[in-house]
Design a protein around this ligand. Structure first.
Ligand SMILES: *[C@@H]1O[C@H](CO)[C@@H](O)[C@H](O)[C@H]1NC(C)=O
Ligand SMILES: *[C@@H]1O[C@H](CO)[C@@H](O)[C@H](O)[C@H]1NC(C)=O
Ligand SMILES: *[C@@H]1O[C@H](CO)[C@@H](O)[C@H](O)[C@H]1NC(C)=O
Ligand SMILES: *[C@@H]1O[C@H](CO)[C@@H](O)[C@H](O)[C@H]1NC(C)=O
Ligand SMILES: *[C@@H]1O[C@H](CO)[C@@H](O)[C@H](O)[C@H]1NC(C)=O
Length: 342
């Protein structure tokens, strides 16, 4: 009877974690590139601009007198020359900016920012900005609709529309009180139209994300605090305007992870909230195949990090900077994972 109860308990609690297929060791490798110039960085935005150029946007610098300053710094990285260059700064300091690239312009649609110069409390701002690399200028283009301000959302782009799923309305760094939300909004940069979309099935911030075959996937992340890591996979069908749950869950529940799409696979790399490592940072590098609804385990990160975005370029996912320790310790270290034989 006891055994049976135990088994039932096991069966009821286990289905949420799935096993991952281990690939051959030569399926991919990690390679370091030039470190971020100027300052180490964490909780920045990171986007692919073109096949040679990655931008990193805002974020936080290393701790000074017990605090992490939020910055306006924007830099670009050239893959071919391995050189980082500073460009025009953001109009205001931002961390966790929701960043996207459409038609040769960079967009920041909401973010977290400091309130009353506080270094221990960040609120979402709805402020939206457009960066034009040809004139090297940032322009304010309006605000997210009221009540829908967010930072650290899961961001996807389809055509000229940017999708913003969940994120944080605010966060109190002193007691890890995080205002996780499930709000889902889109913005069409061509028509300048915001749309209110159906909420995500559950609130998530610091999630992995990928847009494949006109579906937006939100993978893992967390809800209401660093240690409340999740392993769920939700997908939003853009045509049908509905969410699907119950997809194969992440082998390792993680928040603050980086992500990048190679082919039909969404790589979820690193993250924080690891109870099994002294640093609290996850080394895992696992990919969800949207075609087969399965996970594959790839080579662990060379230097485990969290609090950065992944940038997929061809068969590589670049990870610029990030945090070396749960919460803080920003680094300038930059590397990429290259998928081979896929
Ligand atoms: C990157 O960080 C390391 C370690 O803190 C430091 O020694 C190095 O000078 C930094 N590199 C750049 C380009 O800032
Ligand atoms: C910011 O300052 C305003 C005005 O003093 C105050 O009402 C508000 O509570 C402060 N916000 C935070 C997050 O401290
Ligand atoms: C920050 O967020 C809190 C909680 O949502 C809100 O009460 C407060 O008014 C916000 N402060 C500012 C300055 O936006
Ligand atoms: C953040 O949390 C601390 C500790 O619980 C609390 O004293 C402080 O008032 C909170 N800050 C805000 C802006 O809510
Ligand atoms: C998360 O869990 C670790 C290990 O139990 C603990 O040391 C840490 O304080 C927790 N972090 C937060 C923000 O609660």
């Amino acid at each position: 009877m006891f055994l049976r109860a135990l088994l039932t308990f096991f069966l009821l609690t286990e289905p949420f974690s799935s096993a991952a297929i281990k690939p051959r060791e030569d399926a991919g490798s990690w390679m370091a590139v030039g470190p971020i110039a100027v300052e180490p960085r964490q909780e920045h935005g990171a986007v692919k601009f073109d096949d040679d150029t990655i931008y990193i946007i805002g974020g936080i610098y290393p701790e000074t007198d017990g605090t992490f300053p939020t910055v306006t710094t924007v830099q670009k990285y050239s893959i071919s020359t391995n050189i980082w260059t500073s460009v025009a700064s953001l109009p205001i300091p931002l961390n966790h900016p929701n960043s996207a690239v459409i038609n040769g312009k960079i967009y920041v649609l909401g973010s977290l920012t400091t309130v009353n110069s506080s270094t221990t409390f960040w609120n979402a701002t709805g402020a939206c900005f457009e960066y034009d690399p040809s004139s090297n200028t940032w322009t304010t283009i309006g605000e997210l609709p009221e009540g829908r301000w967010t930072g650290s959302a899961a961001v996807g782009v389809s055509g000229s529309t940017v999708y913003l799923a969940g994120g944080l309305a605010n966060t109190n760094l002193t007691d890890d009180e995080e205002g996780t939300i499930s709000i889902f909004t889109s913005y069409n940069v061509a028509t300048k139209h915001f749309a209110v979309l159906p909420d995500m099935p559950e609130p998530r911030d610091h999630a992995g994300v990928g847009l494949v075959d006109n579906k937006l996937y939100v993978l893992g992340g967390r809800a209401y605090g660093h240690n409340n890591t999740k392993n769920t996979v939700f997908s939003y069908d853009i045509e049908g305007n509905y969410w699907t749950t119950g997809l194969a869950s992440m082998p390792t529940a993680r928040g603050g992870c980086a992500s990048g799409v190679i082919g039909t696979q969404i790589f979820i790399i690193g993250g924080e909230g690891d109870q099994d490592t002294a640093s609290g940072v996850f080394p895992q590098n696992q990919a969800y195949d949207t075609r087969t609804n399965t996970w594959t385990e790839y080579k662990e990160m060379d230097i485990p990090r969290h609090g950065t975005a992944g940038v997929a370029v061809g068969n590589k996912v670049f990870i610029p900077g990030g945090g070396l320790h749960e919460g803080g310790l920003p680094t300038n270290y930059t590397s990429y994972f290259q998928l081979l034989h896929h």
